[in-house]
Design a protein around this ligand. Structure first.
Ligand code: SF4
Ligand code: SF4
Length: 355
């Protein structure tokens, strides 16, 4: 598409202009780090952040989401009356600033998961109203990042605008027509010149040496590695360490498993069907009728998470289920990490490098 340039000191005016028509959110500083939150004052927006505890997934998939309201006429049993009214929660024009490339890859996965097969209209309605403005990562978030291994160090084609900071300005690539219209209507951005494009190319090339590889295998090997290692010893070791707390899945930009619950009013007639985030690491996740639990052991649950990340999701949706953001590593109290697990499995299986 097209490349525009916006001096950094004009960013606040852009945000302020957007606020007249949109909910604007982005990374903000908190007492414990950075977090995506509503931007009330444009000065709150911290585009030069390392990472956030939670990814911006809460705007795409709320932690608690009402799917529909129902009214059942319980006082007259046998009448068969059940009235259902769909609810589309949090469908509001929203601009999300400062999405890192790893998190944009997570959004790309969600866009496939919720559009393919059983199309999820609740997600799609909300998604249509969300503009994604990415920011290029020129240095890694911290030592937990392994985006270079996972191929998420570049922006996937899901953004409306993508910003790269260069010499006191932002160069903005337009990824969609609506993104370009947003920029032209609400900012003073100008078309970039050919020297700006060259500078952008040099900036993007120069960033790669700052990022390191952490995996001992290529990401293309993870599905076969996990197949081979299904009965490996490492799962028992990890199962003994895991606390089954679910923190790793809660902070993950690609985890999307949920529970569906009916919440009945005290009148026993009205209620809501809600979906809430769930975690495959919790004991209850695989508990079914009759008290049977088909992933009773922590070892089987840790293995299942890794299988989803490195194999199953790719088989169904064509993308790996891990962006290398490092959030689960930062959140885990017992130091269970994706690179550590895959590398240990690789050694246990003694795969040929690069094969
Ligand atoms: S599995 Fe961990 S590193 Fe991978 S996307 Fe989820 S939180 Fe990030
Ligand atoms: S954060 Fe760590 S301890 Fe908690 S469930 Fe995940 S792997 Fe287990």
């Amino acid at each position: 598409m097209s490349l525009y340039i916006l001096p950094k000191d004009q960013l606040s005016a852009f945000v302020e202009a957007l606020q007249a028509s949109f909910r604007v959110v982005g990374p903000t500083q908190t007492e414990t780090g950075y977090a995506f939150a509503d931007i009330v004052d444009p000065e709150q927006l911290e585009l030069d952040y390392d990472t956030t505890v939670l990814p911006p997934k809460k705007y795409f998939l709320p932690q608690r989401e009402v799917l529909f309201n129902f009214h059942a006429n319980a006082l007259e049993p046998g009448t068969g009356q059940l009235e259902v009214e769909p609810v589309f929660q949090d469908v509001t024009p929203t601009v999300i600033f400062g999405v890192h490339t790893c998190d944009m890859n997570g959004i790309m996965l969600y866009d496939k998961v919720f559009a393919e097969g059983f199309r999820d209209e609740h997600y799609m309605e909300r998604r249509d109203q969300i503009y994604v403005i990415g920011i290029e990562c020129l240095t890694p978030c911290d030592d937990a990042s392994f985006c270079k291994d996972m191929g998420t160090l570049t922006a996937p084609p899901i953004y409306d605008l993508h910003m790269t900071e260069v010499n006191g300005s932002y160069l903005l690539d337009t990824g969609s027509e609506r993104g370009e219209a947003l920029l032209l209507e609400y900012s003073e951005a100008k078309m970039a010149k050919s020297e700006d494009m060259q500078l952008l190319g040099r900036t993007l090339s120069a960033k790669w040496p700052h990022f390191r590889h952490r995996l001992k295998m290529s990401r293309d090997q993870t599905p076969s590695l996990l197949s081979l290692g299904y009965d490996a010893h490492i799962w028992e070791d990890l199962g003994e360490r895991c606390l089954a707390c679910g923190s790793c899945t809660n902070v993950c930009p690609t985890c999307f498993c949920f529970d569906v619950q009916d919440e009945l009013d005290i009148n026993m007639e009205d209620g809501e069907r809600v979906r809430v985030w769930d975690s495959c690491q919790l004991h209850e996740f695989a508990l079914v009728a009759g008290g049977h639990n088909f992933r009773e052991s922590k070892a089987s649950r840790v293995r299942h998470r890794l299988m989803r990340k490195g194999k199953y999701i790719k088989q169904v949706h064509g993308l790996l289920g891990c962006t290398g953001c490092g959030r689960c590593e930062r959140a885990c109290l017992v130091d269970i990490t994706i690179p550590g697990t895959l590398n240990a499995l690789y050694e246990e299986m003694q795969l040929e490098p690069g094969g």
